[in-house]
Design a protein around this ligand. Structure first.
Ligand code: XIL
Length: 323
């Protein structure tokens, strides 16, 4: 059977998944990973908390290990995120304020993007800037320290700084809650579209939208037409689209594993059959590959393509059929 990366490549697409160094040290997992993935996404190893244990030094050792692993196995490499309100080290709150925030932001992006220039396919330059359900602003911008200290222009500044540091990387704005026909989903899509329009009209160097796609198998309010319309609007701005963090929460599904696996697989297939119709979509990346290692493990048992023993599930077949 052809691997997922081969099937994807035959359609001009990239298939990949997120992982960190500590799980790739499991050779059984690593073998599964390298067989199917054409791209490795650093799940946590490039976050501020990992590389900046103190304000003065940068520790690239885990990220460098991932780069080497990707190169050894002929995989592309992708970094996330340069700017986010979460994943920050403990010292951040004490050290960063409105006087020095710009210096921290520019220094961080410059150092990190330069370090990985030439080896990184794409960067989530800004992650989750919009949170319509928690924002009091009409533009839906999330109350992050960056917004508080620098105002809304922090987003543009981040992209311009990243482009200077690595002129070749694909620069991505990545966000969540974009998938469902719910009040939050609709408002989030509208706010993200507005932001992308603003960035494009300012000639901000942005190349793609990342759609996280943390799906819920129980959520039925997926509206294919609305999703197609949104993808088309994004594409018409001249942007590419990446599905960046796909997984399917199986919380609340029937206890029977066969049955819940079927529902999860159907959720993958329904979603992909819509988004892969859009030509601007260039990559499908899952947030993990095996149920053994998933950020959802507390409330979700089997959200990914492989089970905890690295056996393919129905979701793997659904992914294979989608390409
Ligand atoms: C998650 C990781 O998967 C976890 O291991 C970590 O504890 C928290 O962050 N949206 C994102 C990702 O953009 O960076 C998050 O990753 C999941 C939600």
């Amino acid at each position: 059977q052809a691997s997922l990366k081969e099937r994807a490549a035959a359609k001009g697409l990239i298939f990949g998944a997120a992982a960190d160094k500590h799980i790739l040290l499991n050779t059984l997992f690593a073998n599964t990973f390298t067989k199917d993935c054409g791209m490795l996404v650093a799940e946590n190893d490039l976050k501020w908390r990992t590389i900046r244990s103190n304000p003065h030094t940068f520790d690239f050792s885990k990220g460098d290990w991932l780069v080497k692993f990707a190169r050894t196995h002929g995989m592309l490499f992708r970094g996330t995120p340069l700017v986010w309100e979460l994943g920050l080290p403990k010292w951040f709150k004490k050290k960063v304020n409105h006087k020095n925030a710009e210096r921290f932001l520019v220094e961080h992006i410059t150092k990190v993007a330069k370090h990985y220039a030439g080896v990184v396919h794409s960067w989530d330059v800004v992650n989750e800037a919009i949170a319509v359900s928690r924002s009091k602003r009409s533009d839906g911008l999330s109350r992050s320290p960056w917004l508080e200290f620098l105002g809304e222009d922090y987003i543009e500044l981040a992209f311009r700084t990243a482009a200077k540091a690595d002129p070749k990387a694909m620069l991505v704005y990545n966000d969540r809650w974009l998938d469902y026909d719910t009040p939050v989903g609709n408002a989030q899509r509208a706010a993200v579209l507005k932001l992308l329009e603003r960035l494009k009209s300012n000639k901000t160097p942005i190349h793609a939208l990342g759609i996280q796609a943390h799906l819920k198998a129980r959520e039925t309010r997926f509206n294919a037409e609305k999703m197609r319309g949104f993808l088309k609007d994004v594409a018409s701005l001249g942007l590419k689209i990446l599905i960046t963090e796909l997984d399917v929460q199986d919380e609340g599904l029937p206890a029977d594993v066969m049955e819940s696996d079927r529902i999860v697989a159907a959720a993958y297939e329904d979603y992909l059959s819509v988004v892969l119709d859009e030509k601007a979509v260039i990559a499908v990346l899952t947030w993990g590959l095996s149920d053994r290692y998933t950020w959802l493990s507390r409330n979700s048992r089997r959200p990914l393509l492989y089970d905890s023993y690295f056996q393919r599930k129905l979701a793997w077949n659904a992914m294979a059929r989608a390409f």
